[in-house]
Write a protein that binds this ligand. Structure first.
Ligand code: XMP
Length: 513
Protein backbone atom coordinates (compact mmCIF):
# COMPACT_ATOMS: atom_id res chain seq x y z
CA UNK A 1 0.00 0.00 0.00
CA UNK A 2 1.40 3.37 -0.99
CA UNK A 3 1.99 5.95 1.73
CA UNK A 4 -0.56 8.71 2.04
CA UNK A 5 0.97 11.75 0.43
CA UNK A 6 0.65 15.51 0.85
CA UNK A 7 1.74 17.39 -2.27
CA UNK A 8 3.22 20.84 -1.80
CA UNK A 9 3.17 23.01 -4.88
CA UNK A 10 6.17 25.32 -4.79
CA UNK A 11 5.61 28.92 -5.83
CA UNK A 12 9.18 29.85 -4.89
CA UNK A 13 8.59 30.52 -1.21
CA UNK A 14 11.56 30.56 1.13
CA UNK A 15 9.82 28.21 3.56
CA UNK A 16 8.63 25.55 1.12
CA UNK A 17 11.11 22.92 2.31
CA UNK A 18 10.15 23.72 5.85
CA UNK A 19 6.50 22.88 5.13
CA UNK A 20 7.60 19.48 3.78
CA UNK A 21 9.76 18.85 6.83
CA UNK A 22 7.05 19.80 9.32
CA UNK A 23 4.69 17.34 7.67
CA UNK A 24 7.28 14.57 7.62
CA UNK A 25 7.90 15.20 11.32
CA UNK A 26 4.25 14.25 11.82
CA UNK A 27 4.98 10.91 10.11
CA UNK A 28 3.17 11.86 6.94
CA UNK A 29 4.92 11.63 3.56
CA UNK A 30 5.12 14.95 1.73
CA UNK A 31 6.58 15.88 -1.60
CA UNK A 32 7.41 19.25 -3.16
CA UNK A 33 6.40 19.64 -6.82
CA UNK A 34 6.81 22.69 -9.04
CA UNK A 35 3.71 24.91 -9.10
CA UNK A 36 3.01 24.00 -12.73
CA UNK A 37 3.35 20.21 -12.29
CA UNK A 38 0.84 18.34 -14.50
CA UNK A 39 -2.37 17.51 -12.69
CA UNK A 40 -1.75 13.76 -13.25
CA UNK A 41 1.44 14.01 -11.19
CA UNK A 42 -0.35 15.88 -8.45
CA UNK A 43 -3.16 13.40 -7.97
CA UNK A 44 -1.02 10.34 -8.73
CA UNK A 45 -0.75 7.62 -6.08
CA UNK A 46 -2.26 8.22 -2.72
CA UNK A 47 -2.42 12.04 -2.61
CA UNK A 48 -4.70 13.03 0.25
CA UNK A 49 -3.94 16.74 0.51
CA UNK A 50 -2.43 19.63 -1.43
CA UNK A 51 -0.64 22.67 -0.03
CA UNK A 52 0.05 25.77 -2.10
CA UNK A 53 3.24 27.39 -0.79
CA UNK A 54 4.09 31.03 -0.32
CA UNK A 55 6.10 32.88 -2.94
CA UNK A 56 7.66 36.24 -3.77
CA UNK A 57 5.28 37.18 -6.61
CA UNK A 58 1.94 38.96 -6.44
CA UNK A 59 -1.05 37.26 -8.02
CA UNK A 60 -1.77 40.62 -9.65
CA UNK A 61 1.50 40.44 -11.63
CA UNK A 62 1.05 39.67 -15.27
CA UNK A 63 3.44 36.73 -15.12
CA UNK A 64 2.47 35.51 -11.68
CA UNK A 65 3.02 31.75 -11.28
CA UNK A 66 -0.33 29.99 -11.23
CA UNK A 67 -1.46 26.40 -10.88
CA UNK A 68 -4.42 24.92 -12.66
CA UNK A 69 -7.88 25.66 -11.23
CA UNK A 70 -8.59 21.95 -11.60
CA UNK A 71 -6.71 21.39 -8.34
CA UNK A 72 -9.77 22.61 -6.46
CA UNK A 73 -12.03 20.12 -8.25
CA UNK A 74 -10.19 16.93 -7.40
CA UNK A 75 -12.06 16.39 -4.14
CA UNK A 76 -8.69 16.56 -2.35
CA UNK A 77 -8.39 19.09 0.50
CA UNK A 78 -6.27 22.17 -0.28
CA UNK A 79 -4.48 24.58 2.03
CA UNK A 80 -3.05 27.79 0.58
CA UNK A 81 -0.33 29.52 2.58
CA UNK A 82 0.37 33.26 2.07
CA UNK A 83 0.74 33.59 -1.74
CA UNK A 84 -1.04 30.22 -1.93
CA UNK A 85 -4.07 31.66 -0.13
CA UNK A 86 -4.18 34.72 -2.36
CA UNK A 87 -3.93 32.52 -5.44
CA UNK A 88 -6.79 30.37 -4.13
CA UNK A 89 -8.91 33.49 -3.71
CA UNK A 90 -8.04 34.79 -7.15
CA UNK A 91 -8.56 31.52 -9.02
CA UNK A 92 -11.93 30.88 -7.37
CA UNK A 93 -13.39 34.31 -8.14
CA UNK A 94 -12.41 36.36 -5.10
CA UNK A 95 -10.08 39.34 -5.15
CA UNK A 96 -6.62 40.29 -3.96
CA UNK A 97 -5.68 43.85 -3.08
CA UNK A 98 -2.63 45.75 -1.91
CA UNK A 99 -2.71 45.95 1.88
CA UNK A 100 -2.78 49.40 3.44
CA UNK A 101 -0.09 48.27 5.86
CA UNK A 102 2.54 45.71 5.05
CA UNK A 103 2.61 43.07 7.79
CA UNK A 104 6.00 41.64 8.60
CA UNK A 105 7.14 39.60 11.58
CA UNK A 106 5.15 38.31 14.54
CA UNK A 107 1.62 39.67 14.34
CA UNK A 108 -1.35 39.17 16.68
CA UNK A 109 -4.09 37.15 14.98
CA UNK A 110 -7.66 36.57 16.18
CA UNK A 111 -9.00 33.17 15.29
CA UNK A 112 -12.61 32.04 14.76
CA UNK A 113 -14.01 28.54 15.29
CA UNK A 114 -12.68 26.29 12.54
CA UNK A 115 -11.54 22.74 11.95
CA UNK A 116 -8.21 24.23 10.95
CA UNK A 117 -7.78 25.86 14.35
CA UNK A 118 -9.14 23.09 16.53
CA UNK A 119 -7.61 23.09 20.01
CA UNK A 120 -6.10 26.58 19.58
CA UNK A 121 -6.74 29.63 21.74
CA UNK A 122 -8.66 32.59 20.26
CA UNK A 123 -5.59 34.80 20.04
CA UNK A 124 -2.20 33.77 18.75
CA UNK A 125 0.89 35.41 17.35
CA UNK A 126 1.79 34.31 13.86
CA UNK A 127 4.59 34.97 11.37
CA UNK A 128 3.48 37.23 8.54
CA UNK A 129 5.33 38.52 5.51
CA UNK A 130 3.01 40.08 2.94
CA UNK A 131 2.21 43.20 0.98
CA UNK A 132 -1.00 41.94 -0.65
CA UNK A 133 -4.04 40.37 0.95
CA UNK A 134 -7.40 38.85 0.14
CA UNK A 135 -10.04 41.57 -0.47
CA UNK A 136 -13.18 39.60 -1.28
CA UNK A 137 -13.37 35.92 -0.54
CA UNK A 138 -14.70 33.60 -3.24
CA UNK A 139 -18.27 32.29 -2.87
CA UNK A 140 -18.66 29.58 -0.27
CA UNK A 141 -15.81 30.81 1.95
CA UNK A 142 -15.94 32.07 5.55
CA UNK A 143 -13.43 34.33 7.18
CA UNK A 144 -11.82 32.41 10.05
CA UNK A 145 -9.12 34.86 11.19
CA UNK A 146 -8.25 38.54 11.12
CA UNK A 147 -5.55 40.90 12.33
CA UNK A 148 -5.69 44.60 13.07
CA UNK A 149 -5.01 45.50 9.44
CA UNK A 150 -5.84 42.31 7.57
CA UNK A 151 -9.58 41.55 7.61
CA UNK A 152 -9.16 38.11 6.00
CA UNK A 153 -6.10 36.49 7.59
CA UNK A 154 -7.53 33.01 7.02
CA UNK A 155 -10.52 31.61 5.14
CA UNK A 156 -12.33 28.29 4.87
CA UNK A 157 -14.73 26.44 2.66
CA UNK A 158 -15.56 23.44 4.87
CA UNK A 159 -17.79 21.80 2.28
CA UNK A 160 -15.07 21.65 -0.36
CA UNK A 161 -12.30 21.41 2.26
CA UNK A 162 -10.40 24.36 0.85
CA UNK A 163 -8.51 26.56 3.30
CA UNK A 164 -6.16 29.52 3.23
CA UNK A 165 -3.93 31.20 5.80
CA UNK A 166 -2.15 34.49 5.21
CA UNK A 167 0.46 33.65 7.87
CA UNK A 168 3.07 30.89 7.92
CA UNK A 169 2.18 27.98 10.20
CA UNK A 170 5.41 26.16 9.19
CA UNK A 171 7.82 28.59 10.88
CA UNK A 172 8.62 28.24 14.54
CA UNK A 173 7.65 31.87 15.26
CA UNK A 174 3.98 31.05 14.71
CA UNK A 175 2.28 29.92 17.93
CA UNK A 176 0.65 26.51 17.50
CA UNK A 177 1.90 26.43 13.87
CA UNK A 178 2.56 22.69 13.98
CA UNK A 179 -0.90 22.14 15.47
CA UNK A 180 -2.45 23.96 12.50
CA UNK A 181 -0.52 21.72 10.13
CA UNK A 182 -1.59 18.64 12.09
CA UNK A 183 -5.21 19.84 12.01
CA UNK A 184 -4.99 20.10 8.24
CA UNK A 185 -3.16 16.87 7.45
CA UNK A 186 -4.74 14.67 10.09
CA UNK A 187 -8.07 16.33 10.93
CA UNK A 188 -9.00 17.47 7.42
CA UNK A 189 -7.01 15.22 5.04
CA UNK A 190 -7.34 12.13 7.25
CA UNK A 191 -3.66 11.21 7.36
CA UNK A 192 -2.95 8.35 9.73
CA UNK A 193 0.82 8.86 10.07
CA UNK A 194 2.06 5.90 8.05
CA UNK A 195 5.48 7.43 7.26
CA UNK A 196 7.74 5.73 9.81
CA UNK A 197 11.41 4.77 9.82
CA UNK A 198 10.60 1.05 10.03
CA UNK A 199 8.07 1.25 7.18
CA UNK A 200 10.55 3.22 5.09
CA UNK A 201 13.34 0.70 5.59
CA UNK A 202 11.04 -2.20 4.78
CA UNK A 203 9.68 -0.53 1.65
CA UNK A 204 13.09 0.60 0.41
CA UNK A 205 14.72 -2.76 0.95
CA UNK A 206 11.91 -4.36 -1.07
CA UNK A 207 12.34 -1.74 -3.82
CA UNK A 208 16.10 -2.31 -4.04
CA UNK A 209 15.56 -6.09 -4.27
CA UNK A 210 13.08 -5.44 -7.00
CA UNK A 211 15.30 -3.08 -8.95
CA UNK A 212 18.54 -5.06 -8.70
CA UNK A 213 18.26 -8.52 -10.23
CA UNK A 214 19.35 -11.59 -8.28
CA UNK A 215 22.63 -11.96 -10.09
CA UNK A 216 23.45 -8.29 -10.32
CA UNK A 217 25.83 -6.22 -8.23
CA UNK A 218 25.89 -2.67 -6.94
CA UNK A 219 28.93 -0.45 -6.67
CA UNK A 220 28.98 2.31 -4.07
CA UNK A 221 31.49 5.07 -3.44
CA UNK A 222 31.71 5.06 0.34
CA UNK A 223 33.12 8.21 1.90
CA UNK A 224 32.31 7.54 5.52
CA UNK A 225 29.87 10.48 5.51
CA UNK A 226 26.33 10.01 6.82
CA UNK A 227 24.64 9.65 3.46
CA UNK A 228 26.91 7.10 1.82
CA UNK A 229 27.17 5.13 5.08
CA UNK A 230 23.39 4.88 5.37
CA UNK A 231 23.14 3.86 1.70
CA UNK A 232 25.71 1.12 2.39
CA UNK A 233 23.81 -0.15 5.43
CA UNK A 234 20.50 -0.16 3.53
CA UNK A 235 21.98 -1.93 0.53
CA UNK A 236 23.69 -4.45 2.75
CA UNK A 237 20.31 -5.29 4.24
CA UNK A 238 18.79 -5.64 0.77
CA UNK A 239 21.47 -7.43 -1.26
CA UNK A 240 24.16 -8.49 1.23
CA UNK A 241 27.41 -9.45 -0.40
CA UNK A 242 26.41 -8.26 -3.85
CA UNK A 243 27.32 -4.78 -2.63
CA UNK A 244 30.82 -3.59 -3.51
CA UNK A 245 32.04 -0.48 -1.72
CA UNK A 246 35.03 1.57 -2.76
CA UNK A 247 36.60 3.89 -0.22
CA UNK A 248 39.24 6.20 -1.63
CA UNK A 249 41.69 7.52 0.93
CA UNK A 250 43.20 10.62 -0.63
CA UNK A 251 45.45 11.24 2.33
CA UNK A 252 43.27 14.22 3.25
CA UNK A 253 41.01 12.42 5.74
CA UNK A 254 40.65 13.30 9.37
CA UNK A 255 42.45 11.42 12.11
CA UNK A 256 41.27 7.80 12.51
CA UNK A 257 38.56 8.25 9.89
CA UNK A 258 39.76 5.57 7.50
CA UNK A 259 40.17 3.08 10.33
CA UNK A 260 36.63 3.76 11.54
CA UNK A 261 35.11 3.23 8.10
CA UNK A 262 37.00 -0.06 7.75
CA UNK A 263 35.93 -1.20 11.22
CA UNK A 264 32.22 -0.55 10.63
CA UNK A 265 32.07 -1.88 7.07
CA UNK A 266 34.05 -5.02 7.58
CA UNK A 267 32.75 -6.08 10.99
CA UNK A 268 29.25 -4.73 11.52
CA UNK A 269 28.23 -4.65 7.86
CA UNK A 270 30.62 -7.06 6.18
CA UNK A 271 30.38 -5.68 2.64
CA UNK A 272 33.07 -6.09 -0.01
CA UNK A 273 35.17 -3.09 0.86
CA UNK A 274 38.09 -1.92 -1.27
CA UNK A 275 39.89 0.70 0.73
CA UNK A 276 42.38 2.29 -1.62
CA UNK A 277 45.25 4.31 -0.22
CA UNK A 278 45.83 6.69 -3.11
CA UNK A 279 47.52 9.41 -1.09
CA UNK A 280 50.77 9.20 -3.00
CA UNK A 281 49.07 9.88 -6.32
CA UNK A 282 47.07 12.78 -4.85
CA UNK A 283 50.09 14.48 -3.26
CA UNK A 284 52.06 13.92 -6.41
CA UNK A 285 49.49 15.60 -8.63
CA UNK A 286 49.03 18.43 -6.16
CA UNK A 287 52.72 19.28 -5.94
CA UNK A 288 53.35 22.97 -6.43
CA UNK A 289 49.64 23.80 -6.88
CA UNK A 290 48.46 26.76 -4.84
CA UNK A 291 45.28 28.02 -6.52
CA UNK A 292 42.18 26.86 -4.54
CA UNK A 293 40.02 26.06 -7.57
CA UNK A 294 42.83 24.16 -9.30
CA UNK A 295 43.41 22.18 -6.12
CA UNK A 296 39.71 21.30 -5.93
CA UNK A 297 39.64 20.23 -9.57
CA UNK A 298 42.76 18.08 -9.28
CA UNK A 299 41.40 16.38 -6.17
CA UNK A 300 38.01 15.79 -7.87
CA UNK A 301 39.54 14.41 -11.10
CA UNK A 302 42.06 12.23 -9.33
CA UNK A 303 39.23 10.85 -7.22
CA UNK A 304 37.35 9.83 -10.36
CA UNK A 305 40.48 8.23 -11.86
CA UNK A 306 41.20 6.18 -8.75
CA UNK A 307 37.58 5.17 -8.40
CA UNK A 308 37.36 4.06 -12.02
CA UNK A 309 40.59 2.08 -11.83
CA UNK A 310 39.36 0.32 -8.70
CA UNK A 311 35.97 -0.45 -10.25
CA UNK A 312 37.78 -2.02 -13.22
CA UNK A 313 40.06 -4.00 -10.97
CA UNK A 314 37.12 -5.41 -9.04
CA UNK A 315 35.99 -7.06 -12.22
CA UNK A 316 32.34 -7.04 -11.18
CA UNK A 317 29.91 -6.54 -13.98
CA UNK A 318 28.98 -2.89 -13.74
CA UNK A 319 25.31 -3.35 -13.13
CA UNK A 320 24.24 -0.62 -10.77
CA UNK A 321 25.79 2.37 -9.16
CA UNK A 322 24.49 3.60 -5.81
CA UNK A 323 24.68 7.13 -4.50
CA UNK A 324 23.49 9.09 -1.52
CA UNK A 325 21.45 11.82 -3.20
CA UNK A 326 19.05 13.25 -0.62
CA UNK A 327 15.80 15.18 -1.01
CA UNK A 328 17.14 18.75 -0.66
CA UNK A 329 19.50 17.97 -3.61
CA UNK A 330 16.52 16.82 -5.65
CA UNK A 331 14.52 19.96 -4.81
CA UNK A 332 17.55 22.18 -5.47
CA UNK A 333 18.20 20.64 -8.88
CA UNK A 334 14.65 21.57 -9.87
CA UNK A 335 15.36 25.23 -9.10
CA UNK A 336 16.47 27.98 -11.40
CA UNK A 337 19.95 27.14 -12.71
CA UNK A 338 22.67 29.66 -13.45
CA UNK A 339 23.52 30.88 -9.99
CA UNK A 340 27.15 31.90 -9.55
CA UNK A 341 29.70 29.16 -8.93
CA UNK A 342 31.59 30.20 -5.82
CA UNK A 343 33.40 26.91 -5.38
CA UNK A 344 33.32 23.79 -7.50
CA UNK A 345 31.98 21.20 -5.10
CA UNK A 346 33.43 17.79 -5.19
CA UNK A 347 31.05 14.92 -4.67
CA UNK A 348 31.00 11.33 -5.78
CA UNK A 349 27.73 12.14 -7.54
CA UNK A 350 29.26 13.08 -10.89
CA UNK A 351 30.55 9.57 -11.47
CA UNK A 352 27.89 7.29 -12.94
CA UNK A 353 27.63 8.94 -16.34
CA UNK A 354 31.35 8.44 -16.87
CA UNK A 355 31.32 4.87 -15.67
CA UNK A 356 28.56 3.64 -17.93
CA UNK A 357 26.32 1.81 -15.50
CA UNK A 358 23.04 0.18 -16.29
CA UNK A 359 21.18 2.01 -13.57
CA UNK A 360 21.30 4.13 -10.47
CA UNK A 361 20.23 3.17 -6.98
CA UNK A 362 19.38 6.20 -4.87
CA UNK A 363 17.57 4.96 -1.79
CA UNK A 364 17.69 8.30 0.09
CA UNK A 365 16.25 10.43 -2.71
CA UNK A 366 13.10 11.26 -0.83
CA UNK A 367 14.64 11.89 2.59
CA UNK A 368 15.69 14.96 4.53
CA UNK A 369 18.98 14.82 6.42
CA UNK A 370 17.36 14.28 9.82
CA UNK A 371 15.40 11.37 8.35
CA UNK A 372 18.59 9.88 6.89
CA UNK A 373 20.06 10.02 10.39
CA UNK A 374 17.04 8.24 11.89
CA UNK A 375 17.32 5.50 9.28
CA UNK A 376 21.05 5.18 10.06
CA UNK A 377 20.36 4.79 13.77
CA UNK A 378 17.58 2.28 13.15
CA UNK A 379 19.95 0.22 11.00
CA UNK A 380 22.51 0.21 13.80
CA UNK A 381 25.19 2.56 12.50
CA UNK A 382 27.30 4.06 15.30
CA UNK A 383 26.35 7.48 16.66
CA UNK A 384 29.64 9.10 15.64
CA UNK A 385 28.94 8.21 12.02
CA UNK A 386 25.28 9.20 12.07
CA UNK A 387 25.76 12.58 13.78
CA UNK A 388 28.99 13.51 12.04
CA UNK A 389 29.43 17.14 11.07
CA UNK A 390 29.68 17.65 7.31
CA UNK A 391 33.10 17.05 5.82
CA UNK A 392 33.89 18.35 2.33
CA UNK A 393 34.85 15.95 -0.46
CA UNK A 394 38.34 17.51 -0.91
CA UNK A 395 38.87 16.90 2.79
CA UNK A 396 41.66 18.62 4.67
CA UNK A 397 43.05 19.67 1.29
CA UNK A 398 41.00 22.87 1.37
CA UNK A 399 41.98 23.57 4.98
CA UNK A 400 45.67 23.96 4.18
CA UNK A 401 46.00 27.22 2.32
CA UNK A 402 48.34 27.07 -0.60
CA UNK A 403 50.43 24.07 -1.60
CA UNK A 404 49.67 20.76 0.05
CA UNK A 405 52.35 18.67 1.69
CA UNK A 406 51.94 15.70 3.99
CA UNK A 407 53.49 17.67 6.86
CA UNK A 408 51.09 20.57 6.50
CA UNK A 409 48.07 18.28 6.23
CA UNK A 410 49.28 16.56 9.35
CA UNK A 411 49.24 19.85 11.25
CA UNK A 412 45.60 20.31 10.36
CA UNK A 413 44.76 16.67 11.09
CA UNK A 414 46.32 16.76 14.57
CA UNK A 415 44.89 20.16 15.53
CA UNK A 416 41.46 19.14 14.21
CA UNK A 417 41.57 16.05 16.42
CA UNK A 418 42.31 18.21 19.48
CA UNK A 419 39.52 20.63 18.61
CA UNK A 420 37.04 17.79 18.15
CA UNK A 421 38.07 16.11 21.38
CA UNK A 422 37.70 19.33 23.39
CA UNK A 423 34.38 20.28 21.76
CA UNK A 424 32.99 16.83 22.50
CA UNK A 425 34.13 17.06 26.13
CA UNK A 426 32.47 20.46 26.50
CA UNK A 427 29.26 19.32 24.76
CA UNK A 428 29.85 21.92 22.05
CA UNK A 429 29.71 19.25 19.33
CA UNK A 430 25.91 19.22 19.74
CA UNK A 431 25.30 22.97 19.46
CA UNK A 432 27.92 23.93 16.87
CA UNK A 433 27.13 22.91 13.28
CA UNK A 434 30.66 22.67 11.92
CA UNK A 435 34.10 23.23 13.44
CA UNK A 436 37.60 22.68 12.16
CA UNK A 437 41.08 24.12 11.97
CA UNK A 438 42.76 25.82 9.03
CA UNK A 439 46.47 26.15 8.39
CA UNK A 440 46.98 29.70 7.21
CA UNK A 441 50.01 30.27 5.01
CA UNK A 442 51.22 32.88 7.48
CA UNK A 443 54.26 32.34 9.67
CA UNK A 444 55.07 34.58 12.57
CA UNK A 445 57.63 35.00 15.30
CA UNK A 446 57.09 33.51 18.72
CA UNK A 447 59.03 32.38 21.73
CA UNK A 448 58.99 28.89 23.20
CA UNK A 449 61.28 27.70 26.00
CA UNK A 450 63.48 30.79 25.62
CA UNK A 451 63.95 30.05 21.94
CA UNK A 452 62.77 32.14 19.04
CA UNK A 453 60.25 30.37 16.83
CA UNK A 454 59.10 31.21 13.34
CA UNK A 455 56.09 28.98 12.79
CA UNK A 456 52.58 28.81 11.40
CA UNK A 457 49.46 30.62 12.52
CA UNK A 458 46.52 28.22 12.69
CA UNK A 459 42.88 29.35 12.66
CA UNK A 460 39.90 27.76 14.38
CA UNK A 461 36.56 28.03 12.56
CA UNK A 462 33.31 27.18 14.35
CA UNK A 463 29.90 28.10 12.97
CA UNK A 464 26.22 27.59 13.60
CA UNK A 465 23.79 27.27 10.72
CA UNK A 466 20.70 25.40 9.64
CA UNK A 467 21.31 25.22 5.92
CA UNK A 468 25.02 26.04 5.41
CA UNK A 469 24.00 28.78 2.94
CA UNK A 470 24.48 31.37 5.65
CA UNK A 471 26.30 30.90 8.92
CA UNK A 472 26.90 32.63 12.24
CA UNK A 473 30.09 32.49 14.22
CA UNK A 474 29.69 30.08 17.13
CA UNK A 475 29.98 31.76 20.50
CA UNK A 476 32.54 29.45 22.02
CA UNK A 477 33.41 30.20 25.67
CA UNK A 478 36.64 32.15 25.73
CA UNK A 479 38.19 29.86 28.33
CA UNK A 480 37.58 26.84 26.14
CA UNK A 481 39.14 28.59 23.14
CA UNK A 482 42.20 29.50 25.21
CA UNK A 483 42.49 25.91 26.42
CA UNK A 484 42.24 24.50 22.90
CA UNK A 485 44.74 27.09 21.64
CA UNK A 486 47.30 26.21 24.27
CA UNK A 487 46.87 22.48 23.66
CA UNK A 488 47.39 22.97 19.93
CA UNK A 489 50.50 25.09 20.36
CA UNK A 490 51.84 22.64 22.95
CA UNK A 491 51.08 19.43 21.08
CA UNK A 492 51.22 20.21 17.38
CA UNK A 493 54.65 20.94 15.94
CA UNK A 494 55.18 23.99 13.72
CA UNK A 495 52.28 26.01 15.17
CA UNK A 496 53.06 28.94 17.46
CA UNK A 497 49.90 31.04 17.14
CA UNK A 498 46.17 30.22 17.14
CA UNK A 499 43.44 32.56 15.83
CA UNK A 500 39.65 32.42 16.03
CA UNK A 501 37.78 33.22 12.83
CA UNK A 502 35.01 35.69 13.71
CA UNK A 503 33.53 36.12 10.23
CA UNK A 504 29.97 35.21 9.33
CA UNK A 505 28.90 33.76 5.97
CA UNK A 506 28.42 35.90 3.97
CA UNK A 507 30.79 37.65 3.45
CA UNK A 508 33.18 34.76 4.19
CA UNK A 509 32.45 31.20 3.14
CA UNK A 510 32.58 28.43 5.72
CA UNK A 511 35.67 26.73 4.34
CA UNK A 512 38.68 28.94 3.64
CA UNK A 513 39.23 27.65 0.11
P1 XMP B 1 31.26 26.96 1.94
O1 XMP B 1 32.73 26.94 2.17
O2 XMP B 1 30.90 26.95 0.47
O3 XMP B 1 30.72 25.57 2.51
O4 XMP B 1 30.56 28.06 2.69
C1 XMP B 1 29.38 25.22 2.71
C2 XMP B 1 29.33 23.79 3.19
O5 XMP B 1 29.74 22.90 2.13
C3 XMP B 1 30.85 22.13 2.54
N1 XMP B 1 31.72 21.97 1.37
C4 XMP B 1 31.71 20.87 0.58
N2 XMP B 1 31.00 19.72 0.67
N3 XMP B 1 32.08 18.92 -1.27
C5 XMP B 1 31.21 18.74 -0.26
O6 XMP B 1 30.59 17.68 -0.18
C6 XMP B 1 32.83 20.05 -1.41
O7 XMP B 1 33.62 20.17 -2.34
C7 XMP B 1 32.62 21.07 -0.44
N4 XMP B 1 33.17 22.31 -0.26
C8 XMP B 1 32.57 22.84 0.85
C9 XMP B 1 31.49 22.91 3.67
O8 XMP B 1 32.27 22.07 4.52
C10 XMP B 1 30.27 23.49 4.34
O9 XMP B 1 29.66 22.53 5.17
Amino acid sequence: MENQRIVILDFGGQYTQLIARRIRECHVYSEVLPYNAPIENIKKGNTVGIILSGGPASVLDENAPKCSKEIFELGIPVLGICYGMQLTAELLGGSVVKASTREYGRIAVNLEESKLFEGLPKNIEAWMSHTYQVGNMPDGFNCIAHTETCPVAAMANDVKKIYGVQFHPEVSHTDFGTQIIINFIKGICGCVGDWTVEAYIEKTVAQIKDQVGENENVLLGLSGGVDSSVVAALLYKAIGDRLYCVYVDHGLMRKDESAQVKEVFTKQFPVHLSAVDASELFFDRLKGVTDPETKRKIIGNTFVDVFKAEADKLGISRDYFAQGTIYPDVIESGKVPGSAVIKSHHNVNGLPAELGFKGLVEPLRSLFKDEVRQIGLALGLPDYMVFRQPFPGPGLGIRVLGELTRDKVNIVRESDAILREEFAKAGMDKSVSQYFTVLTGVRSVGVMGDERTYSYALAIRAITTTDFMTADVAEVPFKLLMHIGSRIVGEVKHVNRVLYDITTKPPASIEWE
